[in-house]
Design a binder for this molecule. Structure first.
Ligand code: FRU
Length: 505
């Protein structure tokens, strides 16, 4: 397939047609990365009563083949978010002949067997590398006790206790369950209901994983990830995600197979650690089954926000994923922090366009006026001279009435993306906005890695410590680029612009 229609992401996954939201069931198995996702194959708007798992596979996490929808809804209700695991040792007993296979664990919404208690967890298995799935005849495998919001299972094999662990979003908390066979689950503990300030909306799409601290240490920590959605009403006194609407937070601690304990107590929402300061990164969870010799933690998020997701101006499809990102946990003076970086597999798309070193930029000049690109990668390091604000204006129209500004404000020590003039912004009142993120200067320098596509920008500041992910909808002809400085001079230590080859070519 070659995708060329207006706004169609060229370096991001989007389905050929119709609606997509959360990534689901991400698993690596026998040489293939699977990406399932919330999908209504019959509608460009979300039809929650007929939600399917869409499906795509890739050998390199960059180029994707879309396959037919994998798990359709039925009597059991819609197929909501969940995960997939490799059942290597046939703990489930589904693979007596094959020895191993894939098991998907997902939420059924609105099932007729449990009126009034609509969300339950179910499983399905595949013996043919995820191409066809059989729903388990003993479904559902987990019922809620009291709440209606009981969803988005993420399961992993906990090596230390030789058990499967499930983490589930249950309105104002997450719940942990354990199992030896993926069919029978016992409640282990819950987390989060008593932490003040984090309950702006209900919890969705949680995950818990172990990660190494810094590249050269033997220490590991456990991270708990939460997506916080505000569709079902908000607690106005609780902290809103930085760009409003749907957002993601994380917690650092330990996990013993049953209980997650926080490293530090959260006293107020000032200490919430947000994953992304843009408005379009949600429901991200990591790939399961990545071989130990690789060992990376990789995820994609849904590049969208429930506030305006169903009104996006794209035509035959709606919704796309972020680029795959590697997550690391690094030590800084303020403590441990998660970082995100584009995976190195993306480097194959680079076609070097321009590179500059050690030059000084003055206000009212543009050293990049010769560059024209609707999609590109920008890698830059700056030393702050006398500049007060500087950055890039990307996707500029020749008349200059269209632009998206990716900048840094020196006095405020703030990274920002301003999409107020990015062209199509009127489809929702919250879309036109400037999104800001605190980001400290490091020895008077800042580093930026930026991916620009036909309908998005992803900005990784200071080696991925600060991230802003935003959709934009500029005209395809808006391909101008500018490096600007305001209030004084700026030193470019290094700057590289790479054109990017479409992943669909
Ligand atoms: C998150 C979410 C999940 C749910 C799914 C439904 O975006 O609301 O909690 O399972 O989307 O499509």
């Amino acid at each position: 397939i070659i995708y060329k229609s207006e706004y169609r992401p060229q370096i991001h996954y989007s389905p050929k047609g119709n609606w997509m939201n959360d990534p689901n069931g991400m698993v690596y198995y026998e040489g293939e990365y699977h990406l399932f996702y919330q999908h209504t194959p019959h509608d460009t708007r979300p039809d929650f009563s007929r939600m399917h798992w869409g499906h795509a596979v890739s050998n390199d996490l960059v180029h994707w083949d879309e396959l037919p929808p994998a798990i359709p809804p039925g009597e059991d209700g819609a197929i909501f978010s969940g995960c997939a695991v490799v059942d290597k040792n046939n703990t489930s007993g589904f693979f007596n002949e094959e020895g191993s296979g894939l098991v998907a664990i997902y939420t059924n919404d609105g099932n007729s067997a449990q009126p009034g208690k609509p969300q339950v967890q179910s499983i399905a298995y595949s013996k043919d590398k995820g191409r066809t799935w059989t729903k388990y005849e003993g479904n559902p495998i987990l019922f809620p006790t009291e709440t209606l919001d009981f969803r988005d299972p993420k399961v992993f094999w906990h090596e230390e206790s030789l058990n499967w662990v499930m983490v589930l979003a249950v309105r104002d908390r997450v719940e942990f369950y354990t199992s030896s066979n993926l069919k029978e689950w016992s409640f282990a503990s819950d987390f989060g209901s008593d932490i003040p300030g984090i309950h702006r909306g209900i919890f969705e799409c949680p995950e818990v994983f172990k990660i190494q601290v810094d590249e050269d240490s033997d220490t590991t920590k456990w991270i708990l990830i939460l997506s916080v959605g505000d569709r079902n009403g908000v607690n106005p006194n609780d902290s809103e995600p930085p760009a409003g609407g749907s957002g993601m937070m994380y917690f650092i601690g330990d996990f013993n197979g049953k209980v997650f304990t926080l490293d530090e107590t959260l006293e107020s929402f000032d200490t919430i650690k947000w994953i992304d300061y843009g408005s379009d990164f949600y429901a991200a969870v990591t790939w399961d089954g990545i071989p130990n010799e690789d060992g990376r933690k990789i995820w994609v998020g849904w590049m969208n926000n429930w506030r305006y997701a169903s009104t996006l101006p794209s035509k035959e499809w709606r919704g796309h994923m972020s680029i795959p990102r590697e997550i690391q946990l690094r030590t800084y003076s303020e403590g441990l922090r998660l970082t995100q970086a584009p995976i190195t597999e993306l480097n194959q798309l680079r076609r070097p366009n321009l590179s500059l070193q050690d030059i000084t930029i003055k206000p009212d000049t543009n050293v990049l006026s010769a560059v024209s690109a609707a999609k590109m990668e920008i890698i830059a390091e700056f030393e702050i001279g006398t500049a007060i604000e500087f950055g890039f204006r990307v996707r500029k129209s020749s008349s200059s009435n269209q632009e998206t500004v990716i900048g840094y404000h020196v006095l405020n020590e703030e990274l920002f993306v301003d999409r107020t003039k990015s062209n199509d912004v009127d489809f929702h009142p919250d879309f036109a906005a400037k999104h800001k993120a605190p980001m400290k200067l490091e020895h008077e320098r800042i580093q930026l890695s930026i991916y620009v596509d036909w309908s998005s920008v992803e900005v990784f500041g200071n080696n991925g410590t600060t991230v802003i992910s935003d959709m934009i909808f500029p005209n395809l002809e808006s391909t101008g680029l500018e490096l600007y400085t305001l209030g004084g001079e700026l030193k470019v230590v290094s700057l590289q612009i790479n054109d990017l080859v479409s992943i669909w070519e």
